[in-house]
Design a protein around this ligand. Sequence first.
Ligand code: FAD
Ligand code: AMP
Length: 479
Amino acid sequence: MADKYDVIVIGGGPGGYVTAIRCAQLGLNTACIEKRINKQDQPALGGTCLNVGCIPSKALLDSSWKYHEAEGAFADHGIQVGKLGMDVKAMQERKDKVVLQLTGGVASLFKANKVTWLQGSGELKANKQVVFTPHDGEAQTLEAENVVLAAGSVPVAIPPAEVDQNIVVDSTGALEFDAVPKKLGVIGAGIIGLELGSVWSRLGSEVTVLEAVDTFLPTVDQQIAKEAMKLFTKQGLDIHLGARVTGTKKNKNSVRVTYTLNGEEHEETYDRLIVAVGRRPYTEGLLSQDAGVTLDERNYIYVDNQCRTDVPGVYAIGDLVRGPALAHKAIEEGVMVAEVIAGEHTQVNYDAVPGVIYTHPEVAWVGKSEQEAKDSGEPYKTGVVPFAANGRALAAGEPAGMVKFVVDEKTDRILGMHVLGPQASELIQQGVIAMEFGSSIEDLQLMMFGHPSLSETVHEAALATDYKAIHVAQRRRKK
Ligand code: FAD
Ligand code: AMP
């Protein structure tokens, strides 16, 4: 007889492991199938996010930022450092330790919550049957009342730049360089390209970013994106917009890249090349032909607002389905699905999903950009205040960037918040909370903010939407 569970989750990334734990909390007999083998050759939970994504990239961003500060900014504070050196091996070991601590933590949480971790791969068949093939054993058929697909995504490959994880790497390879490349090329000026480009640029690489589209960060508010482009360029990222890579030729220790820009062909040689042109849903080996779930035109698994697929009792979440490929979006969908399975009525508010780029300064946003508000045709107002007007930012030597609100003129509701600046990833949460509570911009204006704090710029930007900011000179626009 096949083993029977209340819930089988396929994939143990942030979407899958959170679903499994929440299901177990709700009293459901739950198994999670995860096939990942980590670089230590051990089965590992945590998915892309903990193993080769959010966490290792942030570990390297933090290490490289500390190096960058020691190289320059410390001197402004009167701190003298002796001869500065960079031990890339030690930096990588630290990153690996952080990853192991977190992935091991998820395994402990599974034990504590009595989630069964099935180590191997899972394939959905007809009638909610799942074939589980362990790393070391025979395939077996399992049955479940509910199946949650959480297999995540993998990097998009492009024919002109074939990845070998040595000279030409994807995001996973870019987290493993054992030395700082002298000349580094990055294809794609998306979140991952900018973050990984920043890591190696801060450590001394000469970094060129080749981006096919003419607009920098097209989905980000363009006032913020334009300022970010200026700052990143000043930091040393040589960003070419409208540059489409058409071919690569590898040599022993370098790669020659051809790209078109303004109708002309260009050629450049790099020691390493990072291909960061997006991610795609990972459905290979996950769905048998008779699984019954539908894919949309971009190969995402088709789901409704509560992540139900077309097969009753089968759900799909995270990077496998529509919406931004972000860990916190996968997590919230996982919680929602577990609660829906348990008979609760939970919903994700897709209008309040924050996005963050962990460059320095960071870029963060939630809700509508000004261009989206304009396109909607409804009257709106904005308030923009620079960190240069904030005492705490100046004291910290972080004057670059701004906070911007986009507000519905008729209802006073916050449509969007955008931050370029220090701690943007933390500040944006104030916008998320305000939007989730359906707050008006006046509610934020009337709140007290601790002084001195970076949050005061959030307050001032809220005030600025009604020409009430104190620390910037505002001129009322003519209607
Ligand atoms: P995943 O994390 O991809 O997990 C899916 C898991 O399923 C994998 O471990 C895989 O091995 C397993 N699996 C797949 N198929 C099967 C199968 N058939 N059987 C068994 N197991 C299977 N997001 C953020 O929010 N913030 C960030 O700062 C951030 N930084 C990133 C940096 C990088 C370099 C990268 C690459 C991504 C980053 N992301 C970030 C995106 C984030 O990692 C993903 O959005 C998130 O991991 C998606 O979660 P998931 O659970 O849907 O899938
Ligand atoms: P994201 O989807 O945010 O990870 O960003 C990936 C970026 O890579 C997008 O902005 C694409 O326009 C860009 N891109 C895709 N293919 C190419 C290419 N051949 N040359 C340069 N940029 C590319």
